[in-house]
Design a protein around this ligand. Structure first.
Ligand code: NAP
Ligand code: BGC
Ligand code: ZN
Length: 353
């Protein structure tokens, strides 16, 4: 079967022929429909994040998948179920407390593998197998957009954790600032419907399709070249919630400066090492004297996937149509990983229902 892979030493994906997987005990066989691409996939290809399975010279890419069960193999699933796989799996060292408690999303990197990202093959192939408990059922009507469930689930978790950090007092957020106009930033902006005022930071000139989406969502576009994130409160207003989805390491520090007293920032980006100067005293004092919180968040659980499927159903059609700029066949898979300014969210299609 065809599989889209990253090879050691190569920075563009290749399509290779690999054996169709056989489901093991407790696993179902899934026929892949579509697999989305995000910034993490490009980081994996660039060699700055994740890693190959042990003793293999390639990694099957893809962690944002939707497929249809073709062989339930004695599990609770039924042939024809539409499913979205979660990403994290046990490490080579075997089980640990995080997996035992059903909280793989809270495991540190050394205590898990991530399919398509770190140490385990992903889903960008005609078929994949996965333990039944890692396959989240979604309605058939969501199948064409099912590859968006995983990225939306990332924000379900981050927003849940950020809100939980403010649950000890009567937090009444009104303004939210999203850093990053990539697919993660844009889906998050679309999720922030409880806020009176929303803003989204990019570094693009108009006309630009992401700026069009930002404005159609009712948010204000902020160009970080004109308004650095730390100046955001004086140019606009301090934000009750900041969601960082740029992977720009300075934004982790600037998030705190952009927050209103009692606000919370969620950090999602996965930057490379970058040393720069920070006034640690100001940063520390600002956090303390203004009761600010900063939450890092990675990955998501099956419960977040279920919340994401509900959320997707509520997105306006114009939004998902504008967000998904390309769905390409496997022969054109490399195009789905390209990162030009016309491209927002892309997916590789292996089959249709
Ligand atoms: P992406 O497609 O690379 O999007 C990042 C966006 O941020 C781009 O649109 C980029 O603008 C913008 N940006 C970068 N630096 C900026 C700056 N200094 N000022 C203004 N805008 C800036 O990635 P994504 O898929 O949306 O994901 C965003 C980040 O989250 C990535 O680092 C990814 O690895 C991470 N991520 C984390 C998780 C998690 O579980 N924590 C899950 C998914 C993704 P241009 O396009 O104009 O360059
Ligand atoms: C994936 C997560 C993963 C994270 C870190 C993200 O792009 O969506 O599932 O945990 O990267 O590798
Ligand atoms: Zn991802």
């Amino acid at each position: 079967m065809d599989a889209v892979v990253a090879r050691r030493g190569a920075t563009t994906p290749t399509v290779i022929d690999v054996p169709r997987p056989e489901p093991g005990p407790g696993e179902a066989l899934v026929r892949t429909l579509r697999v989305g691409v995000d910034g993490t996939d490009r980081e994996v290809l660039a060699g700055t994040h994740g890693g190959f399975p042990d003793d293999e010279d390639y990694l099957i890419l893809g962690h944002e998948a939707v497929g249809v069960v073709v062989d339930p193999n004695g599990t609770s699933l039924t042939a024809g179920d539409i499913v979205v796989p979660t990403v994290r799996r046990l490490p080579a060292t075997g089980t640990n407390d995080y997996f035992e408690r059903g909280q793989a999303d809270m495991a540190p990197p050394s205590m898990c593998r991530e399919r398509g990202i770190d140490g385990a093959h992903g889903f960008m192939a005609e078929y994949f197998t996965s333990p039944a408990e890692t396959l989240v059922e979604i309605p058939e009507s969501l199948a064409p957009l099912g590859f968006l469930v995983e990225p939306v689930s990332i924000s379900e978790k981050a927003i849940e954790h950020a809100s939980a950090s403010r649950s000890a007092f009567d937090w009444q957020p009104e303004s939210a600032l999203v850093l990053g106009n990539g697919p993660l930033g844009l889906v998050t902006l679309a999720m922030l419907d409880g806020y009176d005022r929303t803003y989204c930071v990019g570094r693009r000139d108009r006309p630009d399709p992401t700026i069009d989406i930002i404005e159609r969502l009712g948010a204000t576009y902020v160009d970080s070249r004109e308004t650095p994130v730390e100046s955001f409160p004086t140019v606009h207003e301090p934000a009750d919630f900041v969601y960082e989805a740029t992977g720009h390491a300075k934004h982790a520090i600037e998030t705190v400066a952009a927050l209103a007293p009692g606000g919370v920032g969620a950090l999602l980006g996965v930057p490379e090492s970058w040393a720069f100067e920070v006034d640690g005293g100001d940063f520390h004092k600002d956090m303390v004297m203004n009761n600010k919180a900063l939450v890092g968040s990675v990955n998501s659980s099956a419960a977040h996937f279920r919340a994401a499927a509900d959320r997707l159903t509520g997105f306006p059609t114009w939004f998902t149509e504008a967000l998904v700029t390309d769905v390409v066949g496997v022969e054109a898979a490399a195009e789905a990983f390209a990162n030009d300014e016309r491209t927002i969210k892309t997916a590789v299609e292996f089959d249709t229902l």
